[in-house]
Design a protein around this ligand. Structure first.
Ligand code: DGY
Length: 332
């Protein structure tokens, strides 16, 4: 039986899974992000840590938590955790892949449609009492989506779910840039593998699906925006720092691209003030890619199950630090 610290409020179902195994749980019921010092104080002496994507778990934190055996992140992305440091300290790290794929792909299309057809702006127009008559030269004319070219950057599970919607629902041409060729995407959705520069210059819409790493940070920079069509719309539901937000603001202001639909931000929850002002060409959402009730519950329960297995000394189903796993395997 172990002691677990959960950094934020979670569904009752998560607590049930852990308590059924006899574990003792301490939860940060305030639901605010704990500064490292407070997190360490609360998690001290615990074997398990269940955290969210905005809890930063680095080597300094880990060094102050010598009892820690398992870190279970309730997110598919795990750039908030120093994986190398965890592996060096023999701490298992787990994530929640798969269960949020379709939900996130749905949001990509919600954002894409919202930006292309100017839906948030049209909504504001009505609420301001400005809808007086139907006009041919409507003030909110957008752009078509069907049969346009969608560029997908990062053709993992979510990228492929987006490609499916694009080709099967909107007859779009899908081109992609990824770390490797994806046979399924090419066969089933006719996705064409292109270079990053080709993707930038050919796409009407670009959707980002790469994890945040040293390599992908600021992948969308001034240089990249210069290569994009001036009618292009950028959609980001992955991680904010993949886009240089200041460069994005400049690119939109200068008319280098048409606009953006963003669910993630460079300094979350702060948002570049210029983006807030850009009501006509930017759609904003507060990191809700996976935020359906069903999906968030699935993610949280998956994190709890990963924790249970890790604490038993088993390989958790969604172990991130595979090196740790192979070390355990060879030790058997
Ligand atoms: C994740 O899981 O990494 C998403 O960003 C939040 O659902």
């Amino acid at each position: 039986m172990a002691e677990i610290f959960i950094t934020r409020r979670v569904f009752r179902g998560v607590i049930d899974i852990l308590e059924k195994e006899g574990h003792t749980i301490d939860i940060n019921e305030s639901d605010r992000i704990l500064p490292a010092r407070e997190l360490v104080k609360r998690a001290h002496g615990k074997t398990g840590l269940i955290c969210l994507l905005n809890d930063s778990i680095d080597s300094v934190v880990m060094d102050k938590l010598p009892s820690l055996k398992v870190i279970s992140n309730i997110a598919v992305g795990y750039d908030n955790i120093d994986i190398v440091a965890a592996t060096q300290r023999g701490i298992m790290v787990t994530n929640t892949p798969g269960v949020l794929t379709e939900t996130t792909a749905d949001l990509v299309f919600a954002l894409l449609l919202g930006a292309a057809r100017r839906i948030p702006e049209a909504d504001q127009f009505i609420r301001a009492g400005k809808f007086k008559n139907w006009q041919l030269l409507q003030p909110h004319m957008g752009v078509d989506i069907y049969e346009k070219t969608l560029g997908i950057v990062g053709m993992g599970a979510i990228g492929q779910a987006v490609a499916k919607r694009a080709t099967k629902g909107f007859d779009m041409r899908v081109i992609y840039f990824s770390s490797s060729r994806k046979e399924r995407a090419e066969k089933e959705f006719g996705a064409e593998f292109v270079t990053f520069n080709e993707l930038l210059s050919l796409s009407n819409f670009i959707s980002i699906h790469v994890p945040l790493t040293e390599k992908t940070k600021h992948m969308f920079s001034t240089e990249a925006f210069k290569k994009m069509k001036n009618t292009a719309i950028l959609i980001n539901t992955a991680r904010g720092p993949v886009v240089d937000e200041t460069a994005l603001v400049e690119a939109i202001k200068d008319g280098q691209i048409r606009g953006a639909a963003l669910d993630v931000f460079e300094e979350e929850p702060s948002i570049h003030p210029e983006l807030i002002k850009m009501e006509e060409n930017v759609v904003l959402a507060p990191h809700i890619g996976s935020a359906s009730i069903e999906t968030r519950l699935r993610m949280a329960k998956m994190a709890a199950r990963n924790m249970v297995q890790g604490l038993k000394g088993n390989r958790p189903p969604n172990l991130v630090n595979k090196r740790l796993d192979s070390r355990k395997e060879t030790n058997k």
